[in-house]
Design a protein around this ligand. Structure first.
Ligand code: NAG
Ligand code: NAG
Ligand code: NAG
Ligand code: NAG
Ligand code: NAG
Ligand code: NAG
Length: 661
């Protein structure tokens, strides 16, 4: 069965113990075999453990010759070699661990295997004389196992962000995409986009995650508490971050546009040797997908875009932010609160009557209570404490950010309801646990690199997000308009209008785009920005999925893309459900997606309505979430902290740490 922890997830948590005699023998034999391959076959080492090639290397050596991805079975060591390594191929080959027990397996019978590799691509596609490369980390789940070949098609996946790790996402393949979309018939491949996570160079601009954490209380404050004067401070912080990025990364910012990422997708397709790409791209990944499809229309095979952006919006200054705002407050009102009351007190803590136990909670009362609670935090934060956090405060900004993140994933709602209910009663323990989201965790040695154990994953590549968003709007006409985004007052108006449109998402979204004011100072001209239409004739239609209550990619965006692409090139599933992308599962959506990926079938109509199978708070629950006894005391049946941590992990896997996606 699959090991739960991806081998590369904790690269600095120490080498796996290598004490077994059989491994030592295998390594010895491997050295011998290398001699065999490289030089004189007669020098095969003979001795007590004579090397039976088939026993010790039942699947032969990795990487296979002519494999453009250089795949090795994933272990803790299989992160790509550094760019300054003069013999990267040799360094990489030495990371092959011949002991099959160290390999990560998965799939219905456990015979599938996770393979880790990398693909070198030009750093600058537009300049043939620039010798620099980007080294893209790639992870593939191969259903046929280490001895088998590739599947007929490979499902290439991208989680969005910008900044989400595709290699991280593939570790969910055996539980998620592979059965859900392909009945385990296709391999699943994900890559860390240029700048992200284990791809090189890495777009990290702080020396340590702890340094970045220090900024976060100053940065990203909500309009309601910060007031307009705060913008000067946040703007200065942004300028300092981009300046640090420039010092650290030089001209890298010119080569991170979505257009270049689309070119990387095409290189991945070619490396796979598949004439048509098969893929599942989510959220911001749908922007990559629609850009790629229109740049390489003859390469389009079966591509699903789920949680659909309309990438033209991102060509405008601030567009990545304001195009997201439509439905976050609907999700709160109809979904988080409304479905809570539908599910009732046995499933949602906020449905338990507080004032008069015999009269049920009304939606408008509950909404008003929640707003009163939040407003009280504007006036004064609530102090909190847990043994692991020490002293803490529950601020308006932190709490609303948590609420926004919860709108992405309705599985988190019972825990959020519990937290808000307790906070209302003056107990800030859960709130303290939920909102503390520092990147640096002093309990985790791998989160702090030291000279003796440098971690290749620290610091995290969070700055990539802003660099991509800003590159994509770097040539917008607004930049040169009088009173335009060169001026802080333009941003101040944007801030006010976005937070007015959505008290939940307006502020978070504003800070996704605000740093762009300083992008052109450091990287005046991104190397390439695709500015063509999105209605090119594709070799196959693509399948869009957009959700009615999506807090990040409103249905309106999917509809506008559908309208531009037209019937020959696209179909849309209107997925009626909660959360971001189609994670609020629907057998209807899944059946269409599977028919499309496996057989190339598309619905006849432009739009097909599909409805989520279950309701929030009631998903598959035979057990109840809470139990209320005769005195009105609430007892929990699931640990809300555990549920919330699952949610936080899901968010991290799907789109990077920062809410953006
Ligand atoms: C980086 O990639 C590895 C897998 O290659 C993954 O386990 C890890 O979670 C990723 N990190 C982030 C921050 O996504
Ligand atoms: C192309 O790359 C070469 C070599 O790095 C560099 O000297 C030149 O300035 C680059 N040209 C452009 C247009 O960026
Ligand atoms: C989403 O927002 C749009 C624009 O405000 C609105 O027309 C639509 O009804 C909203 N959808 C839902 C499900 O509330
Ligand atoms: C509680 O609600 C019941 C039913 O709505 C009502 O009859 C009763 O008067 C209420 N009690 C108080 C103290 O408000
Ligand atoms: C506060 O909430 C925490 C977490 O739910 C709980 O363990 C604790 O007992 C509560 N404290 C009080 C005084 O009710
Ligand atoms: C795409 O749409 C534009 C109008 O927006 C139209 O002028 C153009 O001909 C269309 N291109 C194709 C390939 O249909």
């Amino acid at each position: 069965m699959k090991e739960l922890l991806p081998a590369t997830a904790r690269p600095s948590s120490g080498r796996t113990s290598r004490t077994s005699v059989s491994i030592a023998v295998a390594l010895l034999c491997l050295i011998g075999l290398n001699h065999v391959f490289n030089a004189n076959p007669l020098r095969l080492p003979l001795g007590r453990h004579s090397c039976h090639h088939d026993d010790l290397l039942p699947y032969g050596l990795f990487p296979k010759t002519d494999d453009p991805f250089h795949f090795l079975p994933c272990t803790r060591e299989t992160v790509p070699p550094t760019l300054d390594d003069p013999d990267a191929a040799a360094t990489w080959a030495a990371r092959f661990n011949p002991d099959p027990l160290t390999w990560n397996r998965g799939g219905p019978t456990g015979e599938g295997i996770y393979l880790c590799g990398y693909l070198d691509v030009p750093l600058d596609y537009t300049n043939q004389t620039d010798p620099r490369i980007a080294r893209l980390a790639v992870t593939k789940f191969q259903v046929s196992g280490p001895g088998g070949g590739k599947s007929e098609r490979t499902l290439v996946v991208n989680p969005g962000g910008p900044g989400g790790s595709g290699t991280g996402l593939v570790w969910r393949a055996t539980d998620d995409f592979s059965p859900r979309f392909t009945d385990y018939q296709y391999d699943v491949l994900g890559w860390d986009p240029r700048g992200v996570n284990t791809s090189l160079p890495r777009a990290a601009c702080f020396p340590f995650n702890a340094n970045r954490d220090r900024w976060s209380l100053l940065h990203g404050q909500y309009h309601e508490v910060a007031g307009p004067g705060h913008l000067e401070l946040a703007d200065a912080l942004n300028e300092a971050i981009f300046q640090a990025c420039y010092e650290q990364l030089g001209d890298l910012g010119r080569f991170l546009s979505t257009t270049f990422v689309a070119r990387d997708v095409e290189e991945i397709r070619k490396a796979l040797g598949e004439p048509e790409l098969t893929g599942y791209f989510v959220s911001y990944g749908t922007g990559i997908g629609q850009t790629w499809a229109n740049m390489f229309p003859d390469s389009v095979g079966r591509l699903i875009l789920d949680g659909t952006e309309y990438v033209r919006d991102h060509r405008q200054v601030g567009g990545f932010g304001y195009t997201a705002l439509d439905n976050a407050t609907d999700a709160w009102h109809d979904g988080f609160l409304g479905e809570c009351l539908h599910a009732g007190p046995a499933h949602c803590a906020l449905a338990v009557p507080k004032v008069n136990a015999s009269s049920p909670v009304q939606l408008h009362d509950l909404d008003a209570r929640m707003h009163a609670l939040l407003s009280s935090l504007i006036a004064r934060p609530i102090p909190g404490y847990t043994p692991s956090t020490g002293p803490s405060i529950i601020t308006y900004s932190a709490l609303v950010s948590s609420i926004y993140s919860a709108m992405y994933n309705a599985a988190s709602w019972p825990a959020l309801a519990q937290m808000l209910s307790e906070l209302e009663d003056g107990n800030a323990t859960l709130a303290t646990t939920f909102i503390n989201s520092w990147e640096y965790d002093p309990r985790d040695p791998s989160s702090c690199p030291s000279p003796s154990s440098p971690s290749p994953l620290s610091p995290s590549t969070d700055e990539l997000t802003d660099l991509v968003i800003c590159a994509d709007s770097a040539d917008a006409p607004e930049w040169s308009s009088p009173g335009g985004p060169q001026h802080l007052s333009w941003w101040s108006s944007l801030w006010a209008s976005m937070t007015t449109r959505s008290w939940i998402s307006g502020n978070s979204r504003f800070y996704n785009v605000f740093s762009c004011r300083h992008f052109n100072t450091f990287w005046p001209q991104p190397a390439e920005l695709y500015r063509g239409d999105l209605n090119n004739s594709l070799s196959n239609p693509i399948l869009l999925i957009a959700e009615t209550y999506d807090p990040a990619t409103p249905l309106r965006n999917g509809r506008r893309l559908l309208h531009e692409m037209g019937h020959d090139n696209s179909r849309l599933i209107v997925h009626h459900g909660y959360g971001h992308s189609s994670r609020d599962r629907s057998v209807c959506t899944d059946a269409i997606a599977k028919g499309y990926l496996l057989k190339g079938e598309v619905p006849g109509e432009m739009e097909t309505d599909c409805f989520a199978d279950g309701k929030p708070y009631l998903y598959g629950v035979d057990e109840e979430w809470v139990i209320v006894d005769a005195e009105g005391e609430v007892e929990l049946k699931r640990d809300p902290v555990e549920v919330w941590m699952e949610h936080v992990e899901t968010m991290a896997v799907w789109g990077g740490r920062r809410v953006g996606v």
